[in-house]
Design a binder for this molecule. Sequence first.
Ligand SMILES: O=C(CO)[C@H](O)[C@H](O)COP(=O)(O)O
Ligand SMILES: [Fe+2]
Length: 218
Amino acid sequence: MIKIAPSILSADFSKLIDDVNTVEAAGCHMLHIDVMDGHFVPNITIGPLVVNSLKDKTKLPFDVHLMIENPDKYIPDFIKAGADIISVHSEACIHLHRTIQLIKQHGIKACVALNPATPLNVLDYVLADLDMVLIMTVNPGFGGQKLIEATLPKIKKLSTMIKDKGLDIDIQVDGGISPDNINLVTSAGANVIVAGSAIFNSPNIPYTVELMKRNGTV
Ligand SMILES: O=C(CO)[C@H](O)[C@H](O)COP(=O)(O)O
Ligand SMILES: [Fe+2]
């Protein structure tokens, strides 16, 4: 079964909790929270204070996508704020193994995100420690971009790698995904689908979520 993770990057921040309640009622599975620092990516979004303010207002698990330099410094703050799974970018981690252990020591799930140009072999010696791998299908930094189709063979290759090793690891994809192209990523092997603009800019969010589930079923 695929899981839908709406990205609040495209929500209306002036009524954030209403938008969160809408996607929860629409049957989404987790809340994707994009954290950007203006250094690792050319955009600035939200920090632990905002994450914490949402925590007791929804039952959705918090999937925190850290697009920041030096993530080790902020991981404990995001865990205290309510993160249930944290994604760090391999490109931002000098000591990737240590960072993964830091997340897991706190008893939450760990995920490594890879930019479109980053090869899968950065995962060679850490894959078995992960709960999820995030394959970016756009260059991180902004919502509303077009899916880069060159990332599709990478999803497929990762799916084969995971099966060949007998591991149980989710494959998340993020960027440019809509009801019209979700089948491309799910048929390649992705099972956790992030969507920001396709969901929050939709005039009928429950219908769009339903369509994503239906079109994404392989
Ligand atoms: O991590 C991200 C951008 O760096 C966002 O999660 C992603 O872009 C979602 O937005 P959209 O579905 O509109 O592409
Ligand atoms: Fe994201």
